[in-house]
Design a protein around this ligand. Sequence first.
Ligand code: NAD
Ligand code: UFG
Length: 337
Amino acid sequence: MRILVTGGLGYIGSHTCIQMIEAGYHPIILDNLCNSKSSVLDRIKEVSGHRPLFIEGDVRDKRVLVDIFQQQNIDAVIHFAGLKAVGESVELPLRYYDNNVNGTLVLVSAMQEVGVKTLVFSSSATVYGDPASVPITEDFPTSATNPYGRSKLMVEECLTDFQKANPEWSITLLRYFNPVGSHPSGRLGEDPLGIPNNLMPFVSQVAIGRREFLSVFGDDYETKDGTGVRDYIHVLDLSDGHIAALKHLGKKSGLHTYNLGTGNGYSVLEMVNAFEQASGREVPYKIVERRSGDIAECWADPSKAEKDLDWKATRNLQSMTADSWRWQSNNPDGYPD
Ligand code: NAD
Ligand code: UFG
């Protein structure tokens, strides 16, 4: 199958391209490089033996999309392209609604024009807001506390309405929990621009000496050790979840929603400890105020994906941290320009 992968040079997209190539799929990448570098393509080739076709362009550009669909004989789309920094979304909400919501609407309208009817969308556990209990199943109520989360929720709602009006389409909403880790080759990984927002890239930059210490956002939550608890999932398990979705649902019309998580929750301090063990480095930290908008705990009930997609996460915390460290220590400054 020939799959258009929007945002395919980003963190999750690049790992998914590798796994797709290994599974016999043919990814074609559209990315505007707003949060990635074209040298990622060389690494995909190096690790997988195949250099996917790359088109530098924007998902909001319908002309570019229609050209790709017409020239490349695309069977389905995995839509990763989006902006994801929660804090920035509060400062620049229009940028987020334009990129994430409008971008998806332009993409779907181009797909409709050419008759491509299978879409897998990158959603997020952020759509559960502050859940009443854990683990979280797909039928939990949804809500959002910031423009990034609202953009994901709006897209889910738009796609739900669209699929209802076009019942022959197959649309899959994959709600990711907290992706971490890297390809075990140490050649691909997460390469955030500027100061990392997320825990694991920050921890690895402290371990390598790029930052002095980690700020732990609060130790007075009602959790096992007072720090926030999340469902960290290895990025390759997440990637495999997309392939399972294409395999099981690609030809099955409907609106399908799945949690992609492990079902385990680890605290910030457990993550720091695991990273210290994997890296053999100390990760100094200071407890600071809670981060506004954070929740105490969040982890998935991933059983629906296991039942329907025959998928479950298999990589443990040790491989998540060891693979992150391999990437960070082999590429202390991330990808080359
Ligand atoms: P990323 O920033 O590494 O990758 C996104 C890619 O999309 C980048 O290469 C960027 O250049 C590209 N892009 C952005 N806007 C574009 C546009 N308008 N046109 C073309 N390309 C564009 O992010 P990621 O971590 O790989 O996340 C991928 C998707 O998964 C995003 O939609 C994100 O919201 C979602 N998600 C991520 C996480 C996470 O913690 N990483 C969690 C839940 C959901
Ligand atoms: N944390 C720190 N210090 C840091 C960064 C994070 O203590 O420097 C803590 C947070 O308070 C939280 C945990 O580490 O308890 C995880 O924080 P992340 O920022 O890594 O992840 P979040 O769960 O807050 O959010 C992430 C993505 C969202 C996505 C959500 C669910 O940033 O976009 O996972 O998928 F919606």
